[in-house]
Design a protein around this ligand. Structure first.
Ligand code: APR
Length: 169
């Protein structure tokens, strides 16, 4: 079972094997963490993404990390649900994102993996519920990933992720 830690900071500055990108189906980049990762990885990331696109919601695909520094072997792009009130299967799609990212990481032999808080920004998912789904999925999905880092981009997100992790400890 993986060790899970919550870290406040920028996912593009993490020293790990692979980082997860909260992308859109086109995999060509966007705003938020998608924009930050594409900016740091350079234009080859969008080229590699375009070759794999479209990525379905709840699915995940990997590209190299290109110019990311610290060097990152892989970017695992996943497309989260857009929050529409909770009655459209959003929770299942979000859980699928976390599960599929672990599956892709296992296929690549990645032993360290950092996640952003998928769907809690532009896609509007309530962050406390999203944190519970993330932690519940990651603690119940078998994986060979040894260290999972949940990135909190601000203090509020750090508190929610830490509380969610404490609930399952
Ligand atoms: N490092 C870590 N976390 C970050 C960073 C960063 N550099 N930048 C933003 N975040 C956090 C946000 O604060 C939020 O908690 O990532 C979380 C996800 O927010 P978004 O990036 O807006 O992603 P999402 O809500 O999944 O929306 C995805 O936005 O950028 C577009 O192309 C993307 O269409 C897709 C949509």
């Amino acid at each position: 079972m993986a060790t899970i830690e919550v870290v406040q900071g920028d996912i593009t500055e993490q020293d790990t094997d692979a980082i997860v990108n909260a992308a859109n189906e086109s995999l060509r980049g966007g705003g938020g963490v998608d924009g930050a990762i594409h900016w740091a990885a350079g234009p080859r990331l969008a080229e590699a993404g375009a070759a794999l696109a479209p990525c379905a919601r709840g699915d995940a695909v990997a590209t190299p990390g290109f110019d990311l520094d610290p060097p990152i072997r892989y970017v695992i792009h996943t497309v989260g649900p857009v929050w529409k009130g909770g009655g459209r299967g959003e929770a299942d799609v979000l859980a699928s994102c976390y599960r599929r990212c672990l599956e892709v990481a296992d296929g690549l032999g990645a032993t360290g993996l950092a996640f952003p808080a998928i769907s809690t920004g532009i896609y509007g998912y309530p962050p406390a519920e999203a944190a519970r789904i993330a932690v519940t999925t990651l603690t119940t999905t078998p994986t060979r990933v040894a260290l999972i880092r949940l990135m909190a981009y601000d203090r509020a997100a750090y508190g929610l992720l830490t509380a969610a992790l404490a609930e399952v400890a």
